[in-house]
Design a protein around this ligand. Structure first.
Ligand SMILES: NC(=O)c1ccc[n+]([C@@H]2O[C@H](COP(=O)([O-])OP(=O)(O)OC[C@H]3O[C@@H](n4cnc5c(N)ncnc54)[C@H](OP(=O)(O)O)[C@@H]3O)[C@@H](O)[C@H]2O)c1
Length: 330
C-alpha cells in the first residue's frame, strides 16, 4: 500500500503567484500522516475548491496541493477506534482540500474524527450531490425552521441556482415552504423544477436598495452570497424573521445599518460548516438522508472525471454553474 501510486489534480506554484493545475501521479506514502486512509469514489466541486485551485491563500496556504473539500469512499486502513477497513464513509466540511490533500485525488488520509459513516438512505453519489454544499444548506435550514414555519410566509434563497442555494430550495420546497429564489441566471427551469414558487432576477432584486428598511416580504432568508443582496434581503425581512448567512461570492461586505434588527427584531444567524460539532453534524446528515431527501436530488448534478475539472473550476468562479458537479474518481 505504501508505494501505491494514484491520480490526483495537483495545483502547483512554479513561480510566485502563478498557479498551474495538472492531473499527476502521487504516492499514498506522501499523504499526511493521519489515522484513516480512504479510497475515494466520488468528490464534488464547491466554490471553495475553485479558490484553492487558483491559489487563494485564504483557503490554501501551501502548494503543491490537491483540492477537494468533499470525499465519499471506502476505508482502506484505519488506526481509529470505530472506523474499520471496508467501511463506506464520507468526509465533508473540515480542513480536507484546504490544507489537507483533498478529494480531487483517488486517496485521502484524514484524522478519524473527520470521518462520518455513509448515512443510511444515501449512496456515494447522493452523499456527494449534497456534499459540503448540501450540508451547509442543511445547517441553514435546520436553524431557520426552528422558528419559521411554512405558515409564517415566504422564504427567500439567494445564489439560488448554486450548490448551497439549489439544495436549500429543494429541501425547503419539499418541506412545504413557499420559496422564492434570487438568481443571476435567465432561461433556466431548475428553480421551478426544484419547487420554487417564484424566481426574481438579481438585477430586479437590487433595484431599490437604499432605504434603511424595505417592504417586509420574507419570513426567512437563506443567503449564500453576502454583499448588497444580503443587505437587501435583511431590510425586506418581516418582523421576527430569520436570515442565515454562509457565503460571500458577491462580497464579504454587509452594507446595512441596525434598523431591521432594532425595528423588526430580525435575527441574522451565521453558518460555519467547518467547525460544526459532530452531534449537530450527525443530526443534519440524518435529516438529509431521510425526511429532507427530495425527489429531484438525482437530477441536479453533472458527473465528470478528473480531466474535465479544469473547465468547471473556471465556470464556478464566474458563477456560471447550476446545481452540483460530481467528480467520479474510479
Ligand atoms: N459557511 C460555510 O460553512 C460554507 C459552506 C459552503 C459554502 N460556503 C460559501 O457559500 C457560498 C456558495 O457556495 P456554493 O458552493 O453554493 O457556490 P456556487 O455553487 O458557486 O454558487 C454560488 C451562486 O451564487 C450566485 N452568484 C455568483 N456570483 C455572484 C455575484 N457576483 N453576485 C451575486 N450572486 C452571485 C450564482 O447563483 P445565481 O446565478 O443563481 O445567482 C452562483 O451559482 C460561497 O461563498 C462558499 O464559499 C460557506
Amino acid at each position: 500500500m505504501d508505494n501505491l501510486s494514484y491520480k490526483a489534480l495537483i495545483v502547483e506554484e512554479p513561480e510566485k503567484n502563478k498557479f498551474t493545475r495538472e492531473i499527476k501521479s502521487a504516492l499514498v506514502n506522501d499523504l499526511p500522516d493521519n489515522d484513516v486512509l480512504i479510497r475515494v469514489n466520488y468528490s464534488s466541486l464547491n466554490y471553495k475548491d475553485a479558490l484553492s485551485a487558483t491559489g487563494n491563500r485564504g483557503v490554501t496556504r501551501q502548494y503543491p496541493h490537491t483540492p477537494g473539500i468533499d470525499a465519499a469512499g471506502i476505508v482502506e486502513d484505519s488506526q481509529f477506534a470505530g472506523v474499520k477497513k471496508g467501511d463506506k464513509v464520507i468526509v465533508t466540511s473540515y480542513d480536507l482540500g484546504m490544507n489537507t490533500s483533498g478529494g480531487f485525488g483517488q486517496y485521502i488520509r484524514v484524522p478519524g474524527e473527520w470521518v462520518v459513516k455513509l448515512p443510511k438512505g444515501l449512496d456515494f453519489k447522493q452523499s456527494m450531490i449534497f456534499g459540503t454544499a448540501g450540508f451547509t444548506a442543511g445547517m441553514s435550514v435546520y436553524k431557520l425552521i426552528k422558528t419559521i414555519l411554512p405558515e409564517h410566509g415566504k422564504i427567500l434563497v439567494t445564489g439560488a441556482t448554486g450548490g448551497v442555494g439549489s439544495l436549500a430550495v429543494g429541501i425547503l420546497s419539499h418541506l412545504g415552504y413557499s420559496v422564492t429564489g434570487v438568481s443571476g441566471k435567465t432561461g433556466t427551469t431548475l428553480l421551478n423544477d426544484l419547487g420554487a414558487k417564484h424566481v426574481i432576477s438579481r438585477d430586479a432584486f437590487l433595484q431599490n436598495t437604499k432605504p434603511p428598511v424595505l417592504k417586509a416580504q420574507w419570513a426567512g432568508v437563506i443567503d449564500t452570497v453576502g454583499g448588497d443582496i444580503l443587505a437587501t434581503a435583511i431590510k425586506s425581512t418581516k418582523p421576527d424573521g430569520v436570515v442565515t448567512c454562509c457565503g460571500n461570492v458577491a462580497s464579504p461586505d454587509l452594507p446595512i445599518n441596525v434598523f431591521p434588527f432594532i425595528l423588526r427584531g430580525v435575527s441574522l444567524l451565521g453558518i460555519d460548516s467547518q467547525n460544526c460539532p459532530m452531534d449537530f453534524r450527525s443530526k443534519v446528515w440524518e435529516k438529509l438522508s431521510s425526511e429532507w431527501k427530495f425527489d429531484m436530488l438525482d437530477q441536479i448534478y453533472d458527473e465528470i472525471f478528473l480531466n474535465q475539472l479544469d473547465n468547471k473550476i473556471e465556470q464556478i468562479l464566474k458563477g456560471e454553474l447550476k446545481g452540483r458537479t460530481l467528480i467520479n474518481l474510479d
